[in-house]
Design a protein around this ligand. Structure first.
Ligand code: PRX
Length: 635
């Protein structure tokens, strides 16, 4: 939750049951952490050796052009070699890779063999359309298996996928298409959500009108409603998949370890989203290792990461890492409370889910329906739980632990970011827990909480969270904007060469990290990351708005909600009707997650003399708190 409700370090400890520790992949965190830190490169090399490579690397880490680090230099691989190709050579080919349930209740399963074939078929379709290594393909879909197949197919032929979350609207999609210069886009006619159809194809039509770089649109039929299909541009997925070109065998493109795998846009301090770039080699090593050790993935597990594949959590821990480990994953299309608030618990019972990984906002959302809903179901298959996206408030933690995990299942509270590619600060199953703390860094990761000068903060002192050593799945750059990569992440502690995470945190007496929240103009709303600037530019793109400022205000359910302050164009007066009009406008321009909970019309915004909006003053006003030092305020 946000700063104001943040709970300080606690002495409340939860110890893992002995059998969890004894059976875990890593029963002794301390020992492994210590060993890893003595030789970080050797540690990662050993992990990389557990995967397949066409050719082994010559150098584990090249620091010569820091902060443009390179990992496993000279290595040749492809993430799909590890996620699919190698499994179909073994008994795993008949193991379930993916179990999927649609919101209306329809079901699909994919063995490794079938997923491999479907991926090959679609990879051949893409190749047939002229998609080559290094080309960008934008994917804008609901939570359906074809999304996973499309990502894997791109990776297989060396194309770079850019998945845009299906909750984003026309302009957000158009901006991302434009930035990536994607000529091919894969989408669905629609997606099911709360019993309604989200009309994805309509959004695509408008986005492509705004960003006409797209030449081909491939449409998966999911909801079956009438959609516009533009002749010569739009093709049905099922038609393409039945063409002779869609054969079930496709040669995997041999990639350099450092070749790009995907771009994923995320919010930063300016309105323009950043294209975070990840690569094949280091990313596969890091995501597979972290998933195996933190969630202790075993062959008999049924792993459910309930995120959307359109976010980094889904990329790393629905798609790539579980497949690399040969695990069985579960994916659900729709809303957690549809048609009733027991939907998730019912599916855990039905599919025998053993590990559930979700976000605090989802936990709080389900908690408010009370214990009776989960208590109607047998949840005894669960053995581990997980949390991600924002600090989990201890109350939600305890509910999750008691009511869902029946006090048997340790909760892995994983702190990480789109940029980090995988878990950075997280317990392993053997680590004693404190509700609300992501605990300790993963082996091989050196983090600290420091002051402005870079001195380590004392116990329980607020500071900035930094990462002191490079790691294999670190972002390599901001797509098309290397300067921004350097200035955003590496300039604050340039002398020391540390990565600035953009979060404030505290470290307690036991070395446990407590993440407080963002220090920049980034908001976390229901666990989704949004820049204040994105919402503001959505607002000012309305002709009646002259200027806008947006802040996050703590909310029990969503972590934060958005308050917006708007100055209207000269001569205009605010009204309830205009509030609705503006909310609708933001819904269209940015997406439903960006819609302000409250819009206030003002004549003036508090600004510094250099013209920067002082959001801290707005926030204090909204919360009825003292406004602090106003000496730099514009008069
Ligand atoms: O502020 C931290 C918060 O989410 C940010 C990263 O957001 P995003 O790139 O969208 O990735 C989210 C999923 C990995 C971080 O800078 N955050 C993420 N996980 C946690 C968290 N804050 C506290 N505890 C966490 N477990």
């Amino acid at each position: 939750m946000a700063e104001e409700t943040y709970s300080p370090a606690t002495t409340e400890w939860y110890y893992p049951p002995d059998e969890v520790v004894e059976n875990a992949h890593v029963p002794d965190y301390e020992a492994v952490y210590k060993e890893a830190m003595q030789d970080i490169e050797g540690f990662w090399a050993k992990r990389a050796e557990t995967l397949d490579w066409y050719e082994k690397w010559d150098q584990v880490l090249d620091r010569s052009q820091a902060p443009f680090y390179k990992w496993f230099v000279g290595g040749k691989t492809n993430i799909t070699l590890n996620a699919l190709d190698r499994h179909v050579q073994t008994w795993r080919k008949n193991k379930l890779a993916l179990i999927w349930e649609g919101e209306p209740g329809d079901k699909k399963t994919f063995s490794y063999w079938r997923l491999w074939q479907e991926t090959n078929k679609f990879a051949n379709v893409l190749r047939g359309m002229g998609v080559k290594k290094g080309d960008r393909v934008t994917i804008y879909m609901g939570r359906v298996p074809e999304l996973v197949i499309a990502m894997l197919a791109c990776a297989k032929i060396g194309a770079i996928h850019s998945v845009v979350y299906g909750g984003f609207s026309e302009q957000a999609l158009a901006d991302r298409i434009e930035d990536a210069q994607s000529r091919v886009l894969v989408t669905c006619d629609g997606a099911w959500l709360r019993g309604d159809i989200v009309r994805l194809k309509d959004t695509v039509d408008e986005a492509v009108r705004r960003s006409p770089v797209v030449e081909t649109v491939i449409v998966v039929k999911r909801t079956g409603h009438e959609v516009n299909m533009e002749h010569g541009r739009d093709y049905w997925y099922h038609d393409l998949m039945s063409l002779p070109i869609a054969t079930p065998v496709c040669e995997t493109q041999v990639m350099n370890a450092e070749d790009p795998l995907f771009i994923l846009y995320t919010s930063g301090t300016t309105g323009k989203p950043k294209g975070v770039l990840h690569t094949h080699g280091g990313y596969q090593v890091y995501t597979a290792t972290t998933l195996q050790w933190v969630f202790d993935i075993k062959d008999e597990d049924r792993w459910w990461c309930a995120a959307d594949p359109g976010w980094i959590t889904g990329h790393s821990y629905i798609v790539y890492a579980p497949l690399i480990l040969g695990a069985t994953g579960f994916m659900y299309e729709g809303a957690p409370t549809y048609p009733y608030p027991n939907r998730w618990w019912k599916m855990i019972e039905e599919y025998g889910i053993t590990i559930l990984y979700t976000a605090p906002t989802a936990i709080r959302g389900l908690m408010r329906f009370g214990d009776a809903w989960p208590n109607r179901h047998d949840l005894s298959s669960l053995r581990l739980l997980g949390s991600v996206g924002e600090p989990i408030n201890p109350e939600a933690w305890r509910w999750y632990y008691k009511v869902i995990g029946k006090e048997r299942c340790p909760i892995m509270d994983t702190w990480w970011q789109t940029e980090t590619g995988g878990f950075m600060i997280t317990p392993l199953p053997s680590v004693p827990l404190k509700p609300g703390s992501a605990t300790r860094p993963f082996p091989g990761i050196e983090v600290d909480v420091v002051d402005e000068e870079g001195n380590s903060c004392g116990p329980n002192e607020d500071g900035k969270l930094v990462i002191k050593q490079p790691w294999p799945s670190m972002l390599r750059t901001v797509y098309g904007d290397p300067d921004r990569y350097v200035s955003q992440y590496w300039s604050e502690y340039k002398k020391q060469g540390w990565y600035l995470a953009g979060d404030s945190a505290r470290k307690d007496e036991d070395g446990y990290i407590w993440v407080i929240g963002r220090i920049d103009d980034v908001l976390k709303v229901s666990g989704y990351r949004l820049g204040t600037a994105e919402v503001e530019s959505g607002l000012v793109s309305h002709p009646k708005v002259a200027e806008a400022a947006v802040i996050g205000v703590p909310d029990e359910l969503k972590g934060n909600i958005i308050y917006a302050y708007c100055i209207l164009a000269a001569g205009l007066e605010g009204s309830d009707a205009l509030v609705d009009e503006l909310k609708n406008h933001v819904r269209h321009e940015v997406g439903p997650i960006a819609v302000p909970a409250r819009i206030e019309f003002v004549d003036k915004l508090p600004k510094t003399r250099s013209g920067k909006i002082m959001r801290r003053v707005l926030k204090a006003r909204a919360l009825g708190q003292p406004e602090g030092d106003l000496s730099t305020l514009e008069s």
